[in-house]
Design a protein around this ligand. Structure first.
Ligand SMILES: [Zn+2]
Length: 150
């Protein structure tokens, strides 16, 4: 492999998740639906939290809560609402682009190609061949069995 991949724990977690998503959703249609559902769930959650924070902020205006009674400060809520508003606008844009992808139709033969490539990209980690390969990769010169080879 020509490229050097970062091996920090965050990146490793990402590679693992990336491969899992290819393995579990190996077709064009599955990827399409997965990403659509993921954007929608993100948007649903963000908008529910936004509504809740807005309600809390307006309730505070009509009542006099002491500082101790406020778990989150007014400033913190206002700042979060600003951020969430931007996020919501970005998500709307992504959603509009996703709709374009949804118009794309892929033939069964091309879907087979997707499955074939997905198997190569993200083989089952519990597959016997994969386990043997991993063991070979993780052998270092310090391992006794490697020393015995020489
Ligand atoms: Zn990294």
């Amino acid at each position: 492999m020509a490229e050097e991949f970062c091996q920090c724990s965050d990146c490793q977690r990402f590679y693992k998740e990336h491969d899992r998503l290819i393995r579990e959703f190996p077709t064009f249609n599955q990827q399409k639906e997965l990403n659509w559902a993921s954007i929608q769930s993100f948007r649903t959650l963000c908008s529910k939290v936004t509504n809740d924070l807005q309600r809390e902020l307006s309730e505070r205006e009509s009542s006099d809560l002491s500082l101790e009674e406020k778990h989150i400060s007014d400033i913190e809520i206002t700042e979060a609402l600003d951020e969430l508003e931007s996020v919501s606008a970005y998500l709307y844009s992504i959603e509009a682009l996703m709709e374009r992808i949804f118009d794309t139709k892929i033939s069964t033969k091309i879907e087979s190609k997707f499955k074939e490539i997905a198997k190569e990209l993200a083989p089952d980690p519990l597959n016997v061949d994969r386990l043997i390969l991993n063991r070979l990769f993780h052998q270092t010169p310090d391992f006794p069995d490697k020393k015995n080879v020489n």
